[in-house]
Design a protein around this ligand. Structure first.
Ligand code: NAP
Length: 545
């Protein structure tokens, strides 16, 4: 038997993470004939849909637009129960996919990656897990997600609390019993907004600690009817085409008009239809100029404020719930049923942190500048270290001493939101600058398809190194910097700017050019001259060869 050399690998493709993107990347790698393995930190498959198992965690993208599109049979056979599915159903779906396509034997769970180091001489990634296992791979696809590292608020006494404390993004597997408990929820983004109505009827009391009010609108969920299921299956080709090419990655029909086409009265009537539109439809089906015309957006905000005042019975609470510092869409809006209605329930109270900030957490509860309140359970719905969180904590070391935790200290630099100069053969679909305003799995699908095509191209053309050049990266980054201020998600206090994590550089972390720009840049990169410039044939100088 030939002696093992430095150049040898355990697997050709190593995927890190078994979430929505990682499962797809593994499927594509195996389907393309590579040997592949996945390392997953959790004890099960699902990624965010494994960790975020708080009550009523659910999609706010339509279930069938979020799921996979690579198999017509899978699409047809899986019968989603609701337009917007809950976490248990999503977790079952992902497990179903893993079993149906025989992927489970490639997935090693309970294996959190501690370091990923590129051995340049051997052209091998050496990936070590916290348990000390080492995997050597030619290609690494780090599908570690943008929302995978929970962010806890910087509060004095956080560890002193003697009751139960849970983060929505690291929810325990044993159900949390809220019945009759005094509960605090800190944070009112999509997670906090989903949790409040889910528990308000069973708790003794629930206080929602709100720093910045949000433009929350109803999800408008419902059962997925047989008729709808049939329609989706009958129109499979069109559905796939729209989801694979539309800028947002949804099936929503755009309004097809600018606001100037309507009178003020017609606009109010149109806003009513937006209020009743499903999920992200309030953005994707709205007037074309909703996100570019400030006056129009203010008119819509006034309409939404009117809705909040009409729902919330206590006028003081209603005013506190109305945003005053950002337009609709400037922060990622939550789409949740019964959020404002919850404040009419006797158990619920709103604590406005701009008026009465938290002083400290202690053994029995939370003290604000107003008073101390006792709790049995504190829930941190305080979001994530978005975009870069997992990648900069994974001990990634590339070529010529690039250490990602230091190299990205001033913000990430990448190509396409999934690759970077000095990181040969290392991809991170769904990474920073990956998604624009739209349906995340659809963006990541584009990236994984491109990554798979790239490593297949390398195999077919005898290359064994792919690395975007500095010029590729500069072109992509200059697009990000030019378009970022024009993005609708450009509120500088949003996590899309890293603003929720103390000390994190204020850098825009989405792709402001959206899917059209991603497709343009990938098309340009794939032009023969550009593409081959990114490949190298590694000459391995090894005595054993
Ligand atoms: P988030 O949107 O980042 O919201 C975090 C919340 O915590 C904000 O209200 C924030 O206030 C508050 N907060 C953070 N630090 C705080 C502090 N020190 N003191 C007081 N309040 C603090 O997090 P998320 O709700 O978990 O959502 C994150 C992302 O996950 C979303 O954008 C979305 O992409 C995804 N998500 C999707 C769904 C879904 O429906 N499918 C559900 C949940 C999450 P400020 O606004 O003032 O910073």
């Amino acid at each position: 038997m030939a002696e093992r050399t430095d150049h040898d690998v355990d697997v050709e493709v190593l995927v890190i993470g078994a979430g929505v993107v990682g499962v797809y990347a593994l499927y594509r790698a195996i389907d393309a004939g590579f040997s592949a393995r996945t390392l997953e930190a959790g004890d099960g498959v699902g990624g965010v849909w494994y960790w975020n198992r708080y009550p009523q965690a659910r999609f706010d993208s339509e279930s069938y637009t979020y799921g996979y599109l690579f198999s017509k049979e899978l699409f047809e056979d899986w019968r989603w129960k609701e337009e917007f599915a809950t976490q248990p159903e999503i977790e079952s779906y992902l497990n179903h996919v893993v079993d149906r396509f025989d992927l489970r034997r490639h997935i090693h769970t309970g294996q959190k990656v501690a370091s990923a180091v590129y051995d340049e001489a051997a052209n091998v990634w050496v990936v070590t897990t916290e348990k000390g296992d080492v995997v050597r791979a030619r290609w690494v696809i780090s599908a570690t997600g943008g929302l995978s590292v929970p962010h806890y608020p910087e509060l004095d006494g956080l560890d002193d609390f003697a009751g139960q404390a849970h983060h929505t993004g690291a929810w325990p597997h044993t159900p949390v019993d809220f019945a009759g408990k005094r509960v605090a929820i800190i944070g009112n983004g999509p997670s906090g907004a989903q949790l409040l109505p889910a528990i308000v009827d069973v708790v003794a009391s629930v206080d929602l600690y709100q720093r910045t009010p949000t433009w929350t609108t109803p999800l408008n969920n419902g059962p997925l009817t047989d008729e709808r299921h049939r329609w989706l299956n009958d129109n499979w080709e069109t559905v796939v085409k729209v989801l694979s090419t539309s800028p947002s990655g949804f099936l929503h029909e755009p309004a097809g008009k600018f606001s100037t086409a309507d009178s003020p009265e017609q606009r109010q009537a149109f806003f009513e239809t937006m209020w009743k539109a499903p999920g992200f439809g309030k953005l994707t089906m709205n007037y074309y100029d909703m996100t570019t015309n400030r006056e129009l957006n203010l008119e819509f905000c006034a309409f939404l404020a009117g809705k909040i005042r009409s729902i919330v019975q206590d006028p003081v609470t209603a005013e506190r719930l109305i945003p005053t510092d950002h337009l609709f869409g400037a922060k990622r809006p939550p789409f949740v049923a019964d959020y404002f209605e919850s404040f009419n329930k006797p158990a619920a109270s709103l604590i406005a942190l701009r008026e009465t900030p938290i002083v400290r957490v202690d053994a029995t509860g939370i003290e604000t500048t107003e008073k101390h309140r006792d709790y049995d359970i504190i829930v941190y719905a305080t979001g994530f270290d978005f975009g870069t969180g997992a990648l900069t904590r994974m001990g990634v070391q590339g070529r010529e001493g690039l250490d990602l935790s230091k190299g990205w200290e001033d913000g990430p630099a990448d190509f396409g939101g999934f690759s970077a100069h000095q990181l040969p053969n290392f991809f991170f679909p769904g990474g920073p600058h990956g998604a624009g305003g739209g349906n995340y799995p659809r963006y990541s699908q584009d990236q994984v398809d491109w990554i798979t095509a790239t490593i297949v191209y390398a195999r077919e053309h005898g290359f064994d190194v792919f690395e975007p050049t500095a010029a590729h990266q500069d072109a992509w980054m200059s697009m990000i910097e030019t378009l970022a201020p024009k993005s609708i998600f450009s509120a500088e206090h949003s996590h899309y700017y890293g603003a929720n994590v103390q000390g994190k550089p204020r850098k825009f972390l989405l792709n402001p050019g959206g899917r059209p720009k991603l497709h343009d840049m990938l098309g340009e990169m794939s032009s023969t001259e550009n593409y081959t410039g990114a490949f190298r044939k590694k000459v391995v100088n090894d005595a054993h060869h």
